[in-house]
Design a protein around this ligand. Structure first.
Ligand code: 5GP
Ligand code: ZN
Length: 120
């Protein structure tokens, strides 16, 4: 984990939200925004990202819980928009080094559009 990216100033997702680097904004509200993953693992691969820069779930506090709830609601709506709601999809949160998390800003992966394999 690169400690240099753990601030909103250097964070790739915060930079996209601020318009400092390109990213197709599929949805944006006070709680979260949605972009397509730059390196998609499936035909549909979206990232649902809280507007506020949270790094890890270990820092989760009660005041953030409504944001987490909204992220799941937006994920459901995005799955409908992408046409994967009926076929099924997977929501994944990577947390920490052994999960493979590379961007230290909490985010929900929405992956679908093909038959997915087992988790491993
Ligand atoms: P993680 O492994 O941290 O859970 O997932 C981070 C995801 O962010 C990866 O799937 C990666 O492809 C995606 N990503 C990294 N940099 C960018 C970027 O600049 N733009 C977009 N749209 N996605 C990115
Ligand atoms: Zn950030």
């Amino acid at each position: 984990m690169n400690g240099n990216t753990e601030t909103p100033e250097n964070c790739v997702f915060c930079k996209i939200r601020r318009g400092e680097i390109p990213g197709e904004m599929l949805h944006s509200d006070d709680d979260c925004f949605v972009i397509r993953d730059i390196n998609p693992a499936s035909p549909t691969h979206l990232l649902i990202i809280p507007t506020r820069h949270f790094t890890y779930l270990s820092g989760l506090t009660d005041d953030i819980l409504p944001v987490i709830g909204r992220m799941y609601m937006v994920a459901k709506q995005m799955a409908e928009r992408e046409g994967v709601s009926e076929s099924g999809y997977r929501l994944i949160v990577n947390q920490g080094e052994q999960s493979g998390q590379v961007v230290p800003h909490l985010h929900l992966h929405l992956i679908g559009g093909r038959q997915l394999g087992a988790l491993g």
